[in-house]
Write a protein that binds this ligand. Sequence first.
Ligand SMILES: [Mg+2]
Length: 328
Amino acid sequence: MRRIASRLYDAMGKKQGSYESESMSKSRNDQNYTFWLREHPSALTSFVEMIHMAKGKQIIVFLDYDGTLSPIVSDPERAFMSVQMREAVRSVSKCFPTAIISGRSREKVHDFVKLNSVYYSGSHGMDTIGPAPKKNSYDKNYQKKTYDNEGNEFIVFQPAQDFLPAIKKMLTEVKERTRKIPGVAIEDNRFCVSVHYRHVKEKDYERVEEEVKLMLANYPDFHFTRGKKVLEIRPSIEWNKGDALKYLLETLGFHDSGDVLPVYIGDDRTDEDAFKVLRERGDGYPIIVSSAPKETMALYSLQSPSEVQTFLTRLSMWGIENAATTHR
Ligand SMILES: [Mg+2]
């Protein structure tokens, strides 16, 4: 039926969407979403059955930042999290080891989150501050010890350190190249450079990508990935958010433990690498934040950051009640 209508409208020179009223298209989207929810059930409605599996296991919480803990906003410098969300993350981190893995620089995420009870991994996992175990299997050349104000020891792990001089050069170059395209915003995320085009006119999108591609032709050790209205230039090393998750699990002492239950919540394509790691391990909960159907490796879903907040609050309430199986 739809195909016939579409052909008819094509013949009349109208766009396919134009015969569909707004309410019809909304109901079609709702239907698609309902169908998608069957494959990726809500982590809120599934909470009881999810948590049932957690008994006797150590839950570890991994969170993305933008679009997960904070709403996506038009100015990336103003992606603040709410006081209530900060409280929810604080509560969950008191019950379970918690890490935030973001595409932003580690310092910037810390400035947004402002909690000392969580671990931070910035630049898509290429800059991680984590526990300092006696031994780990990762390259010592890229690890250095650091201490907090109370003298607690941590390790900063930066597997892409060798790429820093080239990234600095590219940062200047990409600014120069995109200077004449109105609306481009370049963000220095330490081990990656983000080229935001949310405020660029649609007709100029291609120009932005073209400039990035032209520049990268001179930097064969780098590539770019696409995020939400952003191109992210990053070193071509085998390292992503999923690797950061594995690294943190190992340094927390749970690398090959069967008694661990990692939960990862994220909304972006780069989070899929972490979802994949959990699917391969077969022992955790990958949860995507999305209010529309999309292709994902996640098993569960949450609609919005506010649902993430509710989920974290319920999780910490359960953690407090079941304190015997938690880490502190
Ligand atoms: Mg995100």
